[in-house]
Each structure stands twice: as C-alpha cells, then as structure tokens.
Design a protein around this ligand. Structure first.
Ligand SMILES: NC(=O)c1ccc[n+]([C@@H]2O[C@H](COP(=O)([O-])OP(=O)(O)OC[C@H]3O[C@@H](n4cnc5c(N)ncnc54)[C@H](O)[C@@H]3O)[C@@H](O)[C@H]2O)c1
Ligand SMILES: [Zn+2]
Length: 379
C-alpha cells in the first residue's frame, strides 16, 4: 500500500486482526510513525491523548511523536516512567493513571503507547482501566514489541508472585510498527526480540523459521527491508491465531510456547533476565521436556538451540541448577491448571498439537527431573 509523503510515496503493509471490539490493523513500514496523527483521527478520534513512554524512549522520540499528534490539533499529555521490566508494576499503573486523571482526560481521550513491550503492556493496562477503558494506539519501538507484544490485546503488569499476573484484554485501535525506531535500539535488545519470531516459526511455520536462520545478520543489523518482512510475517501468524481465539481459551495457548519456563526464569532472576532471553532458553527447555516425555520429535530441541544461537541468544541458564525453585514458580504461573503445570505440545519443528491437545500436563516430578538433566546437558 502507498500514500503520499511530501513529494515521495510512503509504502507499508497492513495486517488485519479480528477482535471483539471490531478489529484493527497493524501497519508496518519505514516511516509509518509519521501517520500517527491521521491514524488517531480515524481509529481513535480524540481531542486529547495521554502519551505513555519510558524515560529512555521519551528522550529519543517523544518530540517527534507528539508533533504528529499536535499537527492534527490533538492535545498531548505526556506520562513517563523509568525504563525496564521492574517498572511493569501496579505502582506505575497507578502513577500513570494519576497523571491522566490530574490532566482531566475524559472518555473522549485515548492512550498512545510509544515503546517496547513493557510500555505496551503497562500503557495498555492503563487504557483498559482508565474511565473503564479508552482507545489505545500502539507505536512499538523494539523488535519484540513490533513482532509480538503490540498485537493481540494482552495488557498488564507483573506481581511479586509472578509475571503478568494482573491485567486485562484490551485490543488496540491501531498499531503502527515502524522499523526506523530500531535505529536507536541497542543491538542486544534488538536481538532479544527475535526470540518471539523464532517462536512463531517453530510453532506455526517451519519455512519462516528457516528464513529467519538465513537472515539473522541483516535482522540483527536492523536492515529495514528484512525487519519489515519479519514483522509482517510474525504479525500475520500471530494475527491468525489471536483472531480465532482472542481470549486464549484454546489455540492461542500455542503462543505460550517456551513461556512456562521463561516466566519462571524471569521471576527467579527478579526480572533482570530480559524476556526475549528467557523465551529463547524456555523454548529449548520445553522442547527437551517434550522429547523426554515422548511428545516431541527427537532432535527438535537441538534445532531450536541452533536457531536461537544464530541470533546470539542464550539456550540455557544457571537457574536450572535450582530445579525445585523453578518448578515452584511454574506452579504459580497463570498457565497452571488445578495446580498442574501445562506446557505447549510441540509435535515437531513447525508443528504443535491439534486444537484439543495444544497443551499437555507435566507431572511435577517429571519437570524437576528433566530440568535437573538440563544442567548436565548444558554445562
Ligand atoms: N502483551 C503481549 O502480548 C506480550 C508479548 C510478548 C512480550 N510481552 C512483554 O514485553 C516485555 C518485553 O518487551 P521489550 O523487550 O520490548 O522490553 P522493554 O519495553 O523494556 O524495552 C527494552 C529496552 O529498550 C529500550 N528501548 C525501547 N525502544 C527503544 C528505541 N527505539 N531506542 C532505544 N531504546 C529503546 C527501553 O527503554 C528498554 O530499556 C515483557 O514485559 C513481556 O512480558 C508482552
Ligand atoms: Zn513473550
């Protein structure tokens, strides 16, 4: 799709997502951030917007993003918080809500999230709850947020008992994913986001996983052409899943592959371990668990390990030596049912179990045993 941008054309792709609130589009392409003002006019008509960003992203991008809104006569209320996962808290949800409340934003306002997955989840939860819900527009600025977190409507904060334990489903009104944002992103953070792309390939599309493996270098460099292609394919795959199961009663659980172990590792590290790293390790570990239980084709974990390594991501973690603590954390995860841990059933590279057997219960003793074995296999 093309539209006029001064004398040149701005070209972008659009991926539609169905949701109970009417659906939305994810617009992907270099320069689409410039369309924020017009996009808000159409998708979330508002005279005023709360613009939520972490302090790092605000220092780099706030002025430009706010100017796009002001250019359309939209009043901008800035609401910033300190960067990092440890900010994804009820306290910051409360503080950001207070900023919007003090500015007397009404039900005819919207929230614009500019940032990575932490900002999207936090700002999304503010939007979901402020005056019982106002429209949310997502401007993801990390690979992880473009590829995954800004799409699907999951919002929320962490709780001392575990990751993402307080939140709400609140679909965005629009997502503008602009690879140009990645120009200011640290290479390591850029790499971490590809863990979610690997997850999409490993669970849903082996050919995409193969493409990722052979394009790791330009993707890590942030080359706009390759990044756009990865974001579009990942969003297409995620959109298909969440459009069919918005509230995760069945097939959407596929997208939790690697996350049972990942969330436990994040909590065990007190959120020092980046989410993307935890997912990379978690996918290898859950595939090994599947292999040990005879659910997953032998060699699958090794294939995933090769793929995450191509992106410079870790495949193991010292916390595996504390198997009991990790399993205890997994039991507290919200994917647990009746006290029994469930993992996504990966049948083989690129294929998960059918709809009625997307996840499988794993007895506690088996989990502890396999995790202890991971330490032996990954010195
Ligand atoms: N809601 C969902 O469906 C979903 C899906 C996947 C992950 N998540 C969540 O996403 C979070 C992780 O997201 P993340 O990895 O993007 O972390 P993040 O939001 O903390 O961003 C990582 C770091 O990059 C900085 N940053 C962001 N954009 C930048 C830019 N353009 N230039 C320079 N610096 C920039 C941030 O300030 C931060 O320090 C986790 O909390 C995870 O649970 C949510
Ligand atoms: Zn994730």
């Amino acid at each position: 799709m093309n539209i006029k941008r001064g004398r040149s054309l701005l070209s972008f792709s659009e991926v539609p997502v169905r949701s109970s609130s009417g659906g939305y589009v994810v617009r992907v392409g270099s320069g689409v951030r410039e369309m924020l003002g017009p996009a808000v006019e159409v998708a979330a008509p508002s005279g005023r917007c709360g613009l939520i960003a972490d302090e790092t992203v605000a220092s780099l991008w706030y002025e430009e993003v706010a100017a796009s809104l002001r250019g359309r006569g939209i009043d901008v209320v800035p609401a910033f918080f300190p960067a990092g996962e440890t900010s994804k808290t009820r306290a910051n949800w409360s503080a950001l809500t207070d900023v919007l409340m003090d500015a007397r934003l009404g039900r005819d306002s919207c929230v614009v999230s500019v940032g990575g997955g932490v900002t999207g989840d936090l700002a999304g939860f503010v939007a979901a709850t402020f005056l019982r819900g106002v429209p949310l527009v997502q401007l993801p600025t990390t690979t992880l947020a473009m590829i995954d977190a800004s799409v699907g409507g999951k919002t929320g904060v962490d709780h001392p008992a575990g990751k993402n334990l307080v939140g709400a489903f609140h679909a965005p009104a629009m997502v503008l994913a602009d690879p140009d944002f990645l120009s200011t992103l640290d290479r390591g953070v850029r790499a971490a986001g590809y863990a979610e792309a690997v997850k999409h390939g490993v669970t849903l599309d082996a050919a995409y996983a193969g493409w990722l493996a052979s394009h790791a270098a330009p993707l890590l460099d942030g080359s706009p052409g390759e990044v756009t292609r990865a974001v579009v394919r990942s969003v297409e795959l995620k959109a298909e899943v969440v459009s069919g199961d918005e509230f995760e009663t069945g097939s959407r659980k596929i997208l939790n592959f690697g996350h049972t172990v990942a969330h436990a590792l994040e909590a065990a590290s007190r959120y020092a371990l980046p989410h993307g790293h935890a997912v990379a390790v978690g996918m290898v570990a859950e595939a090994r668990i599947g292999e040990e239980l005879g659910l997953t084709a032998p060699g699958t974990a090794e294939e995933i390990r090769t793929l995450v390594t191509a992106f410079g991501l870790p495949h193991s973690h010292p916390a595996f030596a504390r198997a009991l603590q990790l399993v205890d954390l997994m039991i507290r995860d919200k994917k647990t049912r009746s006290g029994v841990v469930h993992i996504v059933r990966l049948v083989e590279f690129g294929r998960t179990g059918a709809a009625d057997e997307t996840t499988v219960p794993v007895p506690e003793a088996d989990l502890v045993g396999v995790i202890r074995g991971l330490v032996l296999q990954d010195p």
